[in-house]
Design a protein around this ligand. Structure first.
Ligand SMILES: Nc1ncnc2c1ncn2[C@@H]1O[C@H](COP(=O)(O)OP(=O)(O)OP(=O)(O)O)[C@@H](O)[C@H]1O
Ligand SMILES: [Mg+2]
Length: 234
């Protein structure tokens, strides 16, 4: 198996005045291309912290993270922003869909913004047919073919979660990071969300890193690791 990400001796502390809260205390982990990896662990152990660092939303205190042999911990803010936009898709538990846009528009938006940035245009061109076609395809993949024109307020929690997954995938990121993707939905819907993740993983061969408390989700991952006392347990 090819290694996509190598996390080496990663530490993260938070500081409050003189006091140091050590959260990650030497995380070592290899993540393989195209695997679905689940990360479990007790509340407060640092799972979200690790995911944020992997997603370049936060920086470690020390240690390195190689993405295909490039150490992203040495990147400038500018390099990080570009890396984040191109390589990473995020699914958060409290999915931040834009309330004034439909499901289809929410999914398409990430790509439309990217296109307008690439063209250095100040306004986002909202009419790009191939983007909408791809967005529709992804929404079909997640079982929402009948909900394209619904606004977030007209969708159930699980449906919104599935829109968030489709949105995370629109730019075909190499890595999808998900924090408790089934955290606020019922068992049946969780299973549906997992089916979707698996189907997309098979179709597009992306790498999924999923933080979860849900042992049923973990069982369906290719591999599960546990974070205990700031380290990956043996
Ligand atoms: N920005 C921050 N400043 C200070 N402390 C923080 C910050 N972010 C997280 N922490 C602390 O770091 C620890 C780990 O938090 P984190 O959110 O990573 O836990 P978690 O494993 O995701 O927990 P949960 O399962 O409850 O979501 C917690 O004790 C938290 O209070
Ligand atoms: Mg968390």
């Amino acid at each position: 198996m090819d290694t996509l990400i190598t996390i080496d001796n990663l530490h993260k502390s938070f500081y409050d005045g003189d006091s140091e809260l050590k959260v990650l205390k030497g995380v070592n982990l290899d993540i393989y291309t195209s695997e679905i990896l689940s990360i479990m662990g007790a509340s407060g152990v640092g799972k979200s912290t690790l995911l944020h660092i992997l997603g370049t939303l936060d920086r470690p205190t020390s240690g390195s993270i190689l993405y295909e042999d490039e150490d992203i911990t040495t990147f400038s803010e500018r390099q990080l922003a570009s890396f984040r936009n191109n390589a990473i898709g995020f699914v958060f538990q409290f999915h931040q869909l834009l309330p004034e846009f439909t499901a289809l528009e929410n999914v398409a938006m990430g790509r439309l913004i990217k296109i307008s940035k690439r063209n250095k245009s100040r306004d986002t061109d909202l009419n790009n047919n191939s983007t909408y076609q791809d967005a529709q395809r992804l929404l079909e993949d997640v079982g929402l073919a009948e909900r394209l024109d619904h606004y977030p307020s007209q969708l159930s929690g699980g449906e919104r979660q599935r829109v968030a997954i489709a949105r995370a995938l629109i730019n075909q990121p190499k890595v999808v990071l998900a924090d408790e993707p089934t955290g606020n939905i019922d068992d049946k819907t969780s299973q549906a969300v997992l089916n979707v993740l698996q189907k997309i993983n098979e179709r597009l061969q992306q790498t999924f890193i999923i933080v979860t408390h849900d042992s049923r989700l973990a069982e369906r991952a290719d591999r599960t690791v546990e974070l205990v006392d700031g380290k990956i347990a043996d």
